[in-house]
Design a protein around this ligand. Structure first.
Ligand SMILES: [Zn+2]
Length: 310
């Protein structure tokens, strides 16, 4: 009888599992330094299996408070992250730094508002989040299923204007926030934990993955990458892809944006269409990047178009 119970329980679990797992992000925190954790995003495009969780999230625990870096793609994702943070620390999650407005980094905001976390985000990016958020949410829901976005809302929130750089004290742990305007986005925030010498740079850096350029000013972005390389850090957390410890790895992002920018500028100057460039196949120089093809096809026409109207 007992054996039968075990079998019944097993069968029940088996049948219930798919329903539960549809919103399961399988989040596993990695401790990159003492009390500094990250969740690595899935290194694929947004799809039905990853629920849009493609970018990296971080959290830092001080003696009085916790700070989270990036909200992730949805309310459910943020809820899962908060649950895990609470299993590591009883301290309040005092700050959420949203590095920029793109959905994979910002759509979990509504969950943090419920727990009275202060949201820190560049003013220009708050405006974009409010202006384009609902449209982007509808598109994502249609693309990968609305069940991933249950309770996800685009909320306007109390925004305190800030003079960057700013220093936050988490209790025996100081964090510096810097603003990089009009680079990868209108306002990317980077987060430095002084104690562990860790730098979170959001999507200013992609590791082993094609960088996305829809809202970028590539000239500024390249300069910012040079600045990031020169900064003092031991561990760098990119917006996408694995942890970086070697400064040269930052150059992958610079190489891609330089190449796509040059190609787009030449095409627009010489009246060459994106289609003509696509017909020649994927250039060798970018073949090694994860999602090279998807990103090249999506971003090159946008850039050519942009330069045509410059
Ligand atoms: Zn991103």
């Amino acid at each position: 009888m007992r054996f039968l119970n075990i079998i019944l329980t097993f069968l029940l679990c088996f049948y219930v599992y798919p329903a539960l797992s549809s919103n399961n992000f399988n989040l596993i925190p990695i401790e990159v330094s003492k009390n500094v954790f990250i969740f690595l995003g899935d290194n694929n495009d947004v799809n039905e299996n990853n629920g849009g969780a493609i970018s990296n999230t971080g959290f830092i625990i001080g003696e009085n408070a916790v700070l989270v870096i990036d909200a992730g793609p949805s309310y459910i994702y943020a809820s899962n992250v908060i649950e895990i943070i609470n299993s590591y620390s009883d301290l309040p999650i005092k700050y959420l730094v949203v590095t920029h407005h793109h959905a994979d980094h910002s759509f979990g905001i509504s969950k943090y508002l419920e727990i009275n976390t202060e949201i820190i985000m560049a003013e220009a990016e708050v405006k974009r989040y409010i202006k384009y958020g609902n449209r982007s949410l509808r598109q994502l829901s249609n693309q990968i299923g609305k069940e991933w976005f249950l309770n996800t809302k685009i909320n306007s929130f109390q925004y305190k204007e800030k003079e960057y750089p700013i220093i936050l004290d988490l209790g025996a742990r100081n964090i510096i926030l810097e603003l990089y305007e009009e680079g990868h986005s209108d306002g990317d925030l980077i987060v430095k934990d002084i104690k562990s010498n860790t730098l979170f740079v959001g999507d200013l850096v992609f590791n082993q993955r094609a960088p996305t350029t829809p809202h970028a000013n590539i000239y500024n972005w390249k300069n910012y990458l040079d600045e990031i390389i020169k900064k003092d850090w031991d561990i760098l957390i990119p917006g996408h892809g694995n942890i970086i410890k070697n400064k040269e790895d930052v150059l992958q992002t610079k190489k891609w944006i330089t190449f796509i920018d040059k190609t787009a500028k030449e095409a627009s100057a010489n009246g060459i269409s994106a289609l003509e460039i696509f017909n020649k196949g994927l250039p060798n120089i970018i073949k090694g990047y994860k999602l090279a093809k998807e990103t090249w096809y999506r971003d090159l026409p946008v850039l050519i178009n942009k330069y045509e109207f410059d």
